[in-house]
Write a new protein. Sequence first.
Length: 472
Amino acid sequence: MLTQRIFHWADQTPDRLAVDLDGRGWSYAAFARHIAIARGWFADRGWIGGGIAVLAIRKLIDFWVLSLALRSLGVTTFAATEPAVVARLSLPDVRGVVTSPAEDWPGLEAACAEAGLTLAAVSLQGGRPLDLGAGPRHAFAGHILETSGTTGEFKQVLMDPAFEAAFLARRLAVNGIDRGSVVAAFSFPVGSGVGYKSPAGAWTVGASILLRQDGRFTESLAHPGLTHATMTPLLLATLLALPGDAFPFNPDLVLSVTGGALTRPQIDATKARLSPHLVSGLGATESHFIARTRLDTPDDQRWHVPAPGSVVQIVDDDDRPVPVGQTGRLRVDTTDGPTRYLNDEDATRQFFKDGFFYSGDLAVWREDGRFALQGRVTDVINIEGRKVSPAPIEERLREALGVSGVCLFSRQDDAGEEEVHVVIESPAPLPMDALTAALKRELQGFPRARVRYVAALPRNAMGKMVRRAVRA
């Protein structure tokens, strides 16, 4: 499916830029040619017709070439992030591990031996191309994404060719991406939702994707004709800390920020220095967009607009829609999308039900159809019998203190009493008067609180705070 679209654009507009990785451009014709050579390599060695191939490939363009070649031969692919991933694989029918002689993976061979898996090093130098119309015919296979931020560690979902085209079409429509778009996706990992969906979506319509693994993100922002970009709040904060001339202002750029909230000063600085079109995106690896909100007014920071084409509901514990003003669990429809986790029926029953995916978020409706997040179902803290969601308090503290992150949780002290911990992301302690005033205002009635500072809160690849790691 996706491979077919790339070959289609290689025929229609062979010279158009398909992907630029760290300043090296690949036309659609070059992209398709390398996929054809990889198809020949795998077909000659019997990697066809079923099973899962684990790709130990860090270079993004090599990953995409090998993954798309395997998928066109009927082999599902999965991206490993480190050798330890290979050792703990719980996927069925794994055929082996694929790497490249150019990759450096200390311990990979030992991990494969421990797991009883074949390790194949692919070299495409001098290989024979095998076009889509030649060689063995098999149903196209999919790619497995791994998510940890929403539902706990090591859950896998399959981007299945049976729904992938429709799934990506909905994403493209929401983002306004078409054949003329130039999209910067920076360095999101291919096992994440954005890291997979952004390039895959662009290639289905013949758009161009810009990827960076050398850390020189300002060069992508200066790319001629850039129309769209997606980044985390952490990356945006890093860019805003650079000198004023580090990147150009682009009045045509639509900048989407995902993985967390921005402060008002960050929003103002972004609109003054980078682009006037700033959007907050809310979704999950497992789902369609849940919300997409232009950040124009102070309300837009907290109150999300449901994404066009998505059915978003807030329900009670009996899965009945809640009225305006009442907190419930957030869910989004699974039409033309994943409906289960691979090899995990318990998690599937918990998070996929009745045609919806339950994101694990608590939320509340406003009368105008907007909703605000109220924290995670599993993050609610209990203080002297009161159940409190930390997310709204964290957001207000972050704004009041002018810091990039705050984590609030409770746990028992040595005397067995609950106490609140406030972990603040700041390189240095804050002025005591401002800190005391903010805490007294937001933690009224809490008997005690401990404040700790960290230079950087632990975050996952999508920039979301890993609360379990903060507690640890």
